[in-house]
Design a protein around this ligand. Structure first.
Ligand SMILES: [Cu+2]
Length: 493
């Protein structure tokens, strides 16, 4: 809920202040399940607690944050150098902090489904791990908010991680980190998200028929469309367009943008009028074929690292293509030295997002040892008005967390994913990275990611090597999908 300054002074201000006071004497709740926990001071301390996010002077949100700020602090790690992190939970709710995109053990990963211990309410956990792989990662809460839109990743628990590579080619003049995030969520019936931006657009007839007939049957029974989530406030780096710091640039400068989609549910686009993005990494991993393109698209939890050569002097809005979202905050102003005035925006020409343009020839792809088939289905409005999601006809249940798939260490697996719904699913695998090998019928190789958008009624294939033993969570990163069934566990035999 947004608070004006007035409300803040009169109302919740005191409560917020006291929640922000440091807490001591938590020794009784320190987690001691990690026997190798080093002694002494931690390298990093993260406190989960109440905080205020000033999106704009008259738009102040009270929500759960990391260290009282949004986004959480940018954590810069060195690839391969162990870090000790103390995570304090100053809230009344046990928490999970997930190290998204890192190859860490179950004990550290931050997913209770895998068995990571909770950070106790008003307690703390000390974890130690070796950051890897290098590149742009992030951290976020991994609770299951379900219908409670004040909880989990709908709030402010998102921060960036940058793992410095051992060798950095450094072809840029400077780095700018951008966190894309919405606030003030509300339930709606039916969404308005862009669905037609993925290429190739090839759909599988059988999936479409199955999905459409299930939907027709549900509506014929008088069911409404399942709930979706919409937002009224949008931000980059916690500020609405026009209220954040300007990005001041000089002609000829090469700026490396590290962009994270920190949304709980939304797919985002980004353009900078008159400029192109040279995409050099996806989900933090260098791509085989860096490519210059005019528009970026990011599913929930996806990251893009792209260099922009500043060669079009002026004052510009870098923002989302959706007018509603951009005008309600999803943008940031780029100002060239010596230029001033109202920032300009021009909608770019239609542009399709095709992962394979960043890949290498598909002939480079390695054959898998085994293929795992997965079909994703939607059961319209079946769970208290929410769509229920199933993987191979099973909706994940927190009560019965049985692994669905067994892995053998060292083997290479191919996930052949089939989407029998019209929604786009940004699917994510924990504690492993995967290689894209086929998207909507188009083969590719060499693109390493941990989230990939699977289009409506499309197929995709990704390969991964089982090289990090322990329970491993696979799920759609769209919070509503994940919370209402779209998860499965792998375990090592
Ligand atoms: Cu999904």
């Amino acid at each position: 809920m947004p608070l004006g300054r007035r409300d803040l002074l009169q109302g919740g201000g005191l409560a917020v202040l006291s929640a922000a006071l440091p807490r001591f004497t938590q020794a009784q709740s320190v987690d001691r399940s990690t026997p190798e926990s080093p002694q002494g001071a931690a390298d990093y301390t993260i406190r989960i607690g109440n905080g205020l996010v000033e999106l704009a002077p008259d738009r102040i949100i009270s929500t759960t944050t990391y260290n009282g700020q949004f986004p959480g602090p940018l954590l810069r790690f060195q690839e391969g150098r162990q870090v000790v992190v103390d995570i304090h939970d100053d809230t009344d709710t046990p928490e999970q902090l997930h190290w998204h995109g890192q190859t860490v053990p179950v004990d550290v990963d931050g997913a209770s489904e895998e068995g990571t211990p909770f950070i106790p309410a008003h307690g703390m956990r000390r974890i130690a791990f070796t950051p890897r792989p290098s590149g742009l990662r992030f951290y976020h809460t991994h609770l299951t908010p379900g219908a409670d839109l004040s909880s989990g990743q709908y709030g402010g628990q998102v921060g960036m991680v940058y793992i410095e590579p051992k060798n950095d080619p450094g072809r840029h003049d400077r780095e700018v980190f951008l966190m894309l995030k919405e606030f003030q969520p509300a339930l709606s019936r039916g969404g308005d998200m862009a669905m037609d931006f993925l290429a190739p657009a090839t759909r599988i007839r059988a999936l479409e028929e199955a999905g459409e007939s299930a939907m027709r049957a549900s509506l014929a029974k008088g069911m409404p469309h399942g709930f979706e989530v919409g937002y009224s406030l949008f931000s980059i780096n916690g500020r609405m367009l026009g209220h954040g710091d300007l990005i001041r640039v000089k002609p000829g400068e090469r700026v490396l943008f590290h962009i994270v989609n920190g949304s709980a549910t939304e797919i985002r686009s980004l353009a900078l009028p008159g400029h192109v993005f040279e995409v050099i990494a996806l989900d933090g991993n260098p791509v085989p074929t860096p490519t210059r393109i005019p528009v970026l698209w990011l599913g929930t939890a996806e990251r893009i690292s792209a260099i922009v050569e500043m060669d079009h002097p002026g004052v510009w809005v870098m923002g989302d293509l959706a007018d509603d979202d951009r005008t309600r905050g999803l943008g940031i102003v780029i100002e060239y030295a010596g230029k001033s005035g109202k920032p300009g925006w021009t909608k770019p020409a239609p542009f399709k997002w095709d992962y394979t343009r960043f890949g290498s020839p598909a002939s480079n792809a390695q054959a898998p040892d085994e293929t795992i088939d997965m079909t994703f289905t939607k059961n319209n409005a079946a769970n208290q008005g929410f769509n229920e999601w199933r993987i191979n006809d099973v909706a994940f249940s927190m009560d019965k967390m049985e692994p669905m798939f067994r892995l053998h260490q060292g083997k290479r697996y191919r996930l052949r994913m089939r989407n029998a719904s019209d929604d786009i699913h940004p699917v994510h695998l924990h504690r492993h990275s995967f290689e894209l090998t086929r998207l909507a019928g188009k083969p590719t190789a060499g693109i390493i990611k941990d989230v990939v958008m699977l289009g409506g009624y499309q197929e995709a294939e990704v390969d991964f090597v089982a090289d990090n033993p322990g329970r491993t969570l696979f799920h759609c990163h769209q919070q509503l999908h994940m919370d209402f069934g779209f998860m499965a566990l792998f375990d090592y035999a």
